[in-house]
Design a protein. Structure first.
Lengths: 432, 489
């Protein structure tokens, strides 16, 4: 992994050495920048927690690449599993952490198992959609937009941000933590959202002079990318101000570590991303929807150790996140949910891995959850024509429960239809 | 601090076409008190605004009526920009001759990465990244590097999964050598490339128990696009392609990896660059039905079947158009390019010539219609400053902008254009400029000329204001390279 050597560690001193000086006029222009007539730029982080219709928060964790559902929630008593997966089935069944007589969690999900024991974990089984695609990118788009017909271009969370306001008329705000680009689920031109790869280094090298000059430079930018540029800079400046305040008042109350054993190194620093999410939540920045990603789930090859390691990474990061939120008294507000573009083929391949699959379970975690198994157990003997698990629960049923029951948003408006209930929330905030 | 009186930093705008008067063109600029006619009101002629809901209402005034502007745009899109000498040479050659030179000059090979050819030599990914960026900054044939980067994003592999830096190094050499050849031979090069064999698991696939990873991505991402094949086709070509294995080393070298504990490791030694080896014992013996034909099928048969599909030529042409011409090429344009490509029997030079000489490439609507990728932005910036020693900074800074070489986000490579813009990446782009200037000692090229040579003299009112107010050359360079204008190509 290439370290970000030197970036942003050079601060004011080095900036001045670079000999950059801006005239007084730049500051004058920058003052005008605050008046950018740009509703969604100005609205970033403007929404204060107290003004929210409800101050519930959603954190979506993307398990990118296609997470193997059968190794996440393991069928313990189905003999077919051993026929389909002669290499992979033995250890995953014998080591699993039993939840019921028939199902157990991956043995590296010990932290999540203890949350299950406290009734704070819902596993929704067999989640998918009709006529599944086995393309990563098509299926990611379907999950991100919430539209299997592939007509919608905006993300389901982006549409939520764009269409929902708190009781004071503040726009809801979103944040992608640990990323450099806008995740598709949050994408919507009218949405207020920010992207922060690393909060420790986020900011302008050279400090406020550069910030002011750049604020002046990116104003009324012409061309098709103009508004995107201006909004990104305005959002960045607001985010810098927010992080300055939030990092001063936040003390993590759990051990977040990205030093984990993995077969292949990870592009994503999941623990650091969740720690940033915790900081934004506990310091009351008004952020409502957060998105983080852990990649590496495309386990066509040597899946045994790779997937176990990823489960362990997920478990330690989520456990720290929950502990931190609980210690700050925020656990009752936050719902954590995983998603992945598809599960994996029940039958293993020659490489000791599995190819692209279809339906898979999702994890829903947090104090608002009514723990237990939901959906329907997928049959290993009645596979579809491609040899994959048939879905039992439309993924939009899960979205609907989150939108209406947790965020108090109009799920029918956002999803364009209503779906069967999956009642995994203790006390839905709106009648569904 | 006293400000200098505003001085003109830009050419006056050329006559504006398409029914927009010069007065209208100047209106936006004049309204802000700046005497630079560099923007015009967005007219009804611009149908294809990808972000119309958020458009600022003005557009750049295209200078592409002038040949010099067309040449500069060509170099920005094909060659990571230019330094003054390269620009002068291209301007003196003119557009047509510059296109010829780009297409006909043999790629300059990068210097040998010593650790990769020394028995027992080891090198890390940053070393590999800096080696390539160093070559981008100094090569006499930057178009070859631009194409290598294009193919690195298209036929992509990452060092994490590949877990073999020598193979990643070889892949880079192969992609450069094949970059402007023929898709038919290229697809065989790609299929048997050792890094690719590991990255998409073909090296561990067998006819008896095929791994679908390469088979699917070969059709979905490399040649045809989703929707043009069935799941049965994926399974069939997975069988037909099975049998390739990574090359075996000639010998091993024992190296000490930890002196204190005397830990040694045996490393493979290859006397030369190799491709994959076909092992018939691991291949599929039966017949398959693939893309409508049933029979025995080998790797070349799979590739030829793909090249016979109608979808293949337009798929490649669309990707090229999105990276070199416009983020949303019309279907008619893509069809035309695809037809030229197919008729040439998939000759890359023919395709790229058709792109660079198409009216769409130099149309006013294509002006600043593309966003530089982080690598393009940084390499152009460093070369504009005459700073060829910034490869370490370029490599380190790329991550925050979303582009680390040999480490694409996923098997679809890097996104393009609007996807490069976020609140994180714009800050990191500005920070690169600050640090690049801090690390560039000595005298800089003229910054006053830079607005003309690197921004075509077409700047928005804010950029013009800041350039006019900048008290010195370094600050003027900062404004030039950090400006929105410089992010575009």
């Amino acid at each position: 992994m290439n370290k970000e050597i030197g970036i942003n560690q050079l601060k004011r001193r080095d900036f001045l050495r670079a000999g950059l000086v801006f005239g007084a006029g730049a500051a004058g222009l920058a003052a005008g920048y605050a008046a950018v007539p740009d509703a969604f730029a100005r609205g970033v982080f403007a929404a204060k927690q107290n003004g929210m219709a409800n101050d519930n928060v959603l954190v979506m964790i993307q398990l990118a690449g296609g997470n193997d559902g059968l190794r996440t929630l393991v069928p313990l008593t189905d003999p077919t599993l051993h026929d389909l997966r002669p290499k992979l089935a033995g250890p995953m069944v014998s080591q699993a952490l039993p939840l019921t007589k028939d199902f157990g969690l991956n043995h590296n999900l010990g932290g999540i198992k203890s949350l299950w024991d406290q009734g704070k974990v819902a596993m929704v089984q067999g989640v998918g959609y009709p006529n599944p695609t086995f393309s990563h990118f098509e299926s990611i788009r379907i999950w991100e937009t919430g539209d299997p017909t592939r007509r919608q271009v905006d993300g389901w969370l982006g549409r939520t941000l764009a269409k929902a306001y708190d009781s004071n008329g503040h726009p809801l705000t979103g944040c992608a933590c640990g990323a450099t680009d806008v995740p598709g689920a949050l994408r919507d031109l009218q949405a207020t959202m920010t992207v922060i790869q690393n909060q420790k280094t986020f900011g302008f090298t050279g400090g406020s002079e550069v910030e002011a000059a750049v604020g002046a430079l990116y104003k009324g930018t012409p061309g098709i990318y103009g508004a995107l540029f201006d909004t990104a800079i305005a959002t960045a400046n607001d985010t810098i101000a927010t992080l300055r305040t939030s990092s001063a008042s936040y003390q993590p109350m759990a051990d977040y570590s990205d030093k984990v054993q993995l077969v292949y190194s990870s592009k994503n620093q999941l623990a650091a991303a969740l720690q940033l999410a915790a900081e934004l939540i506990v310091t009351g920045t008004g952020v409502k929807l957060l998105h983080v990603t852990l990649g590496g789930f495309d386990t066509h090859y040597t899946e045994l150790n790779r997937h176990d390691d990823l489960m362990g990474y997920l478990d330690s990061a989520v456990s720290a996140f929950y502990k931190d939120l609980a210690a700050h008294g925020k656990a009752d507000k936050v719902l954590i949910a995983t998603w992945s573009e598809f599960g994996r083929r029940p039958k293993e391949n020659a490489s000791g891995g599995t190819d692209h699959g279809a339906a898979a379970p999702l994890l829903i975690i947090g104090d608002p959850v009514k723990g237990g198994l939901y959906g329907a157990e997928p049959s290993l003997t009645s596979l579809d024509s491609t040899g994959n698990l048939k879905f039992a629960v439309d993924f939009r049923s899960v979205y609907q429960e989150i939108l209406g029951g947790h965020l108090g948003a109009d799920s029918n408006q956002i999803l364009g239809a209503s779906f069967d209930r999956v009642p995994f929330l203790k006390a839905p905030v709106a009648a569904l | 601090m006293a400000l200098r009186a505003p001085e003109p930093v830009a050419d006056t705008a050329p006559p504006v076409r398409k029914g927009i008067t010069r007065r209208q063109a100047l209106a936006a600029a004049v309204a802000t008190g700046v005497g630079v006619g560099a923007v015009r009101l967005l007219g009804g002629t611009i149908q294809n605004l990808s972000h119309s809901g958020a458009a600022s209402g003005t557009d750049w005034v295209s200078p592409l009526g002038r040949e010099s502007a067309r040449v500069m745009q060509l170099l920005r899109r094909t060659s990571f920009g230019y330094n003054q000498a390269q620009l002068d040479a291209a301007l003196s050659d003119g557009y047509g001759k510059t296109v010829d030179r780009l297409l006909e000059t043999k790629p300059a090979e990068p210097p040998v990465l010593a650790a990769a050819v020394t028995p027992g030599g080891r090198f890390g990914v940053p070393e590999l990244q800096q080696w390539w960026v160093g070559h981008m900054l100094t090569t006499p044939t930057p178009f070859a590097e631009r194409m290598t980067l294009f193919w690195h994003g298209h036929f992509t592999s990452d060092y994490r999964k590949t877990a073999n830096n020598t193979f990643m190094y070889w892949q880079n050499l192969t992609w450069r050598r094949m970059g402007m050849t023929n898709l038919r031979s290229m697809l065989m090069d790609v299929t048997t490339d050792p890094a690719m064999l590991r990255y998409l698991d073909l090296a561990t696939s067998t006819g008896q128990s095929p791994n679908e990873n390469y088979s699917r991505e070969l059709m979905e991402l490399f040649t045809m696009g989703a929707g043009n094949y069935t799941e049965e086709d994926v399974r069939s070509s997975a069988k037909a392609l099975a049998g390739w294995q990574q090359p075996q080393p000639d010998s091993t070298a024992t190296v000490v990896v930890d002196k204190a504990k005397m830990v040694t490791q045996k490393l493979p030694v290859y006397s030369a660059q190799r491709s994959g080896i076909f092992n018939p014992r691991r291949a599929y013996k039966g017949t398959v039905t693939y893309l409508g034909h049933t029979g025995p099928l080998d790797t070349q048969g799979v590739l030829d079947a793909i090249l016979a599909q109608k979808a293949t030529a337009p798929f490649i042409a669309a990707k090229v158009a999105q990276h070199f011409v416009t983020s949303s090429p019309s279907s008619a344009y893509v069809a035309r390019l695809g037809e030229t490509f197919r008729r040439s029997q998939y000759d890359m030079k023919t395709l790229m010539r058709a792109v660079f000489t198409s009216p769409e490439f130099t149309a006013d609507a294509s002006y600043r219609a593309l966003l530089k990728s982080p690598i393009e932005f940084m390499v152009h910036g460093a070369r504009a400053l005459g700073a060829t020693n910034l490869s370490k900074l370029v490599v380190a800074a790329g991550s925050g902008m979303g582009q680390s070489l040999f480490d694409p986000p996923d098997v679809n490579g890097w996104p393009n254009n609007a996807a490069w813009i976020s609140s994180n990446t714009v800050v990191e782009r500005v920070n690169f400029v600050t640090l690049a200037l801090a690390q560039t000692k000595g005298s800089l090229p003229s910054a006053t000329d830079a607005a003309r040579t690197h921004l075509d003299g077409v700047v928005g009112p804010q950029t013009a204001n800041l350039l006019n107010q900048a008290p010195d050359e370094r600050t003027r360079w900062f404004v030039t390279l950090a400006s929105p204008e410089f992010q575009l190509k």
